[in-house]
Design a protein around this ligand. Structure first.
Ligand code: NAD
Length: 279
């Protein structure tokens, strides 16, 4: 089913009906304090309604502060955080969630993710997320960096299915089979490092399309994400980039152009391999 793309405030429904804004601001490597507070305020001012943080980014307090000070009503902003690898397990995840909420100073979180599939632990971690969900402390729960075999291990034992899988996604790592598997299980695919951590500017095809539409390469990739039905969270702490990365609602890539970007796939990661990293 085609997902509707309207404007910066647009949303898509998750499996439980909760609406997720399909464009958000990522804040990995945004420094706690003035830098992250300013970036989140600029984003909210520009119309973003979705902020992606994590315990391990160590900037949850700044994210919460920026939301409170922005003047945008809390319920209009979709906030994601994630439990880090060292905190995985049932009790430790519940404690980690409490600590994230203490820092964010929020009553309810919008989305809580298992950051990486730590072997031997992620099923207990998931039970903790199900408890938080059942208790109404989080509106949606999901995973990150789960490959198909991780989902195949989790889904049979899950009482609540993950609503989101947040993965590295850009023209060098398209993973169409994993996308299809997530679609089949009503798990929303979400892109991390959508701008290839800045390497987008080295892609000839993307540069050509950018020239054709009078847009930036970053805008072409954000648009590609959305037209592929992928929720995306480009990161910047610069106001001009925060604004321009979301200025993607005045052009449309053709089916051929989308396929052309897909064809740049090299199965190449910029970040860690989920089968190696989270030991
Ligand atoms: P990204 O692909 O969004 O690239 C961000 C970098 O691109 C910025 O640091 C900046 O240098 C550059 N940039 C951004 N906009 C630009 C513009 N308009 N012009 C020129 N340069 C520009 O990289 P990312 O931060 O790795 O990924 C986005 C978000 O995804 C993160 O902030 C984080 O929230 C999330 N993430 C999640 C995981 C995970 O394991 N779940 C891992 C990595 C990132």
């Amino acid at each position: 089913m085609e997902k509707k793309i309207t404007d910066i405030g647009g949303t898509w429904p998750l499996a439980n009906g909760v609406q997720i804004p399909y464009l958000g601001l990522g804040v990995w490597q945004a420094d706690e304090g003035a830098e992250v507070v300013q970036a989140v305020k600029w984003a909210l001012e520009a119309g973003y309604r979705h902020i992606d943080t994590a315990a391990v980014y160590k900037n949850e307090a700044g994210v919460g502060q920026a939301i409170r000070e922005s003047g945008v009503p809390r319920e209009e902003v979709f906030v994601t955080s994630k439990v880090w690898n060292t905190e995985q397990g049932y009790d430790s995840t519940l404690r980690a969630f409490d600590e994230s909420m203490r820092l964010l100073e929020l009553d309810v979180l919008d989305l809580y993710l298992i950051h990486w599939p730590v072997p031997g632990k992620f099923r207990d971690t998931w039970r903790a997320l199900e408890k938080l969900y059942a208790d109404g402390r989080v509106r949606a729960i999901g995973v990150s960096n789960f490959l198909q075999h991780h989902l195949e291990e989790l889904l049979p034992v899950a009482k609540v299915k993950p609503m989101v899988n947040q993965l590295e996604f850009h023209p060098w790592l398209v993973q169409p089979e994993l996308q299809a598997y997530c679609r089949q299980h009503d798990i929303q695919y979400q892109a991390w490092s959508p701008l290839m951590q800045g390497k987008v500017f080295e892609q000839d095809v993307v540069n050509e399309l950018a020239a054709k539409y009078g847009k930036s390469p970053a805008q072409v990739l954000v648009r590609w994400d959305l037209q592929r039905g992928v929720v995306t969270i480009p990161k910047s702490v610069k106001q001009n980039h925060i604004i321009s990365n979301a200025d993607v609602f005045d052009f449309e890539l053709s089916a051929d152009e989308l396929a052309y970007i897909d064809s740049l796939d090299r199965h190449q990661r910029l970040g860690p391999d989920p089968d190696v990293f989270p030991k």
